[in-house]
Design a protein around this ligand. Sequence first.
Ligand SMILES: Cc1cc2nc3c(=O)[nH]c(=O)nc-3n(C[C@H](O)[C@H](O)[C@H](O)COP(=O)(O)O)c2cc1C
Length: 194
Amino acid sequence: MPDLNPTEHPVIAAIKQRYSAYQFSNKAVEAEKLQSLFEAARWAASSFNEQPWRFIVATKDSPTQYDKALGCLVEANQGWAQAAPVIVLTAVKQEFTYNGSPNRVALHDLGQAAAHMALQAAELGLVIHQMAGIQQDKVASTYSLPDGFTAETAIAIGYPGEGNLNDAEARARQRKPLDELVFSDAWGNASELF
Ligand SMILES: Cc1cc2nc3c(=O)[nH]c(=O)nc-3n(C[C@H](O)[C@H](O)[C@H](O)COP(=O)(O)O)c2cc1C
């Protein structure tokens, strides 16, 4: 995979390669590679090791299951995501198991697991695209989510489509400068590191 991201400091190859694809090859993703993606997610850190993340996976090998998952995305996302051979829906457990108190970092931990998955995907030559645009109530009813769990995001997974990045993919290759993001001593005071 080519380096896509114009980083200003050295990072691991997967970070340089990762991007949110809108174009996918119609090649199926091998079961072993999907297993590796979920393994990568599983080994993310989480507060109190709660591992609040849950995933529902559907592939085009099972068209009924695939359509069920795709139908839980908002329409705009269904438009491009239907090219992806794999759709994953995510959910989190809202309370800590050890004491039943609200887990205010459950979404943080899901994001961390998703980031693991994204970097593992880049390493394997796959592309993934995370989505906030899902119908949360529809996920809950379609899959009978138990009390205490909320549907959160979706992830489209596949091999990259042929050809160059499309406009949306290319536009996303921009980031805020680090001196707007990393402060020292006072809020807004750019760290001398940058
Ligand atoms: C939690 C999350 C939700 C997102 N939701 C959507 C979405 O609903 N639809 C979409 O097209 N892209 C979505 N994206 C993709 C972002 O637009 C994309 O990550 C951003 O533009 C940066 O581009 P890059 O991932 O290619 O670096 C989402 C990304 C994340 C992490």
